[in-house]
Write a protein that binds this ligand. Structure first.
Ligand code: NAP
Length: 257
């Protein structure tokens, strides 16, 4: 996506991917300065461990405790989290509105879920309920989120999932379930999904995830993870270049690769 945009706009930049193991992270991050990088994206599993290696993080990234975008500015490294805003932009496009006043159920408690819960409480959702395979991680996320705003946030046990999902307006899968399409796992009892539900999956793939397929079959509004991928990338592009991202180009590229 980024290379297509750089070429289209005529920017002398190139986006490259590096596999970096945990022990090499400090030297790799320091190398961004010495090698003259404009910026970087950080992905699994380094989004949280990169934070102490940066000179500063913006307010949202500090709240979430995770960074997915770094801007190098005169040798200083500043961290941002564009997943949260990318999620809100994708929701707005797919649902035609933000989450204000909505009852929200978030599945997962990892880095993506943290960004999504932060986005939801900052956008004044009516309530946010979190369910995760590892319940203690969900409780930790909710305890943190309770300090971010006055929006009620609580973790639930598996036996409550069906009932909470049935009364939610918005359901977001922020787990990695669905990433492997050969294993048709769905992180939710879909028999309670109705046509009034909005179901979003952060997992991006070249076709609908099993969860979205099932929810779509039950008449729900579904939003694919690819749109969040596009939107978080556009926000990173804007931070690095100071230009408005050519979103159609990002979207075309994301769906064609
Ligand atoms: P993470 O920090 O490793 O968290 C993974 C989450 O998935 C945890 O809640 C984990 O539960 C849960 N999980 C994994 N396997 C599971 C299983 N078999 N059954 C139930 N739960 C399971 O990863 P992350 O950064 O949050 O990323 C999660 C997903 O979001 C990935 O697929 C990633 O590619 C995607 N993502 C998409 C975008 C986008 O722009 N669309 C942006 C960011 C991330 P436990 O705590 O119990 O392990």
């Amino acid at each position: 996506m980024h290379n297509a945009a750089f070429a289209e706009v005529g920017l002398d930049l190139v986006y490259v991917a590096f596999d970096v193991c945990e022990t090499d992270l400090p030297s790799a991050i320091d190398g961004l300065r010495s090698l003259g990088f404009v910026g970087a994206n950080i992905t699994l599993p380094h989004k949280e461990s990169v934070v102490p290696l940066l000179d500063e993080t913006d307010e949202l990234a500090t709240t979430i405790g995770a960074v997915n975008t770094i801007v190098v500015d005169r040798g200083r490294l500043r961290g941002y989290n564009t997943d949260a805003q990318g999620f809100l932009r994708a929701l707005e496009r797919g649902w035609g509105r933000g989450p204000d006043g909505a009852r929200c159920l978030v599945l997962g408690a990892g880095g993506a879920a943290r960004a999504i819960v932060a986005a939801l409480v900052h956008a004044q959702a009516a309530e946010v309920v979190v369910h995760n395979r590892t319940a203690a991680r969900a409780r930790r996320l909710c305890a943190d989120a309770a300090t971010w705003s006055s929006v009620p946030v609580r973790a639930i046990e598996p036996e409550e999932l069906g009932r909470v999902a049935a009364r939610a307006d918005l359901i977001v899968n922020a787990t990695s379930v669905g990433l492997d399409r050969t294993f048709k796992a769905i992180p939710l009892p879909v028999d309670m999904v109705k046509d009034s539900h909005v179901v979003m999956d952060v997992v991006y793939s070249d076709s609908m995830t099993p969860l979205l397929e099932a929810a779509h079959g039950r008449g729900a509004t579904v939003i694919e993870g690819t749109e969040m991928l596009v939107q978080q990338a556009c926000l990173a592009y804007e931070l690095w270049t100071g230009r408005i991202a050519p979103v159609h180009l990002f979207r075309n590229k994301a769906s064609s690769d």
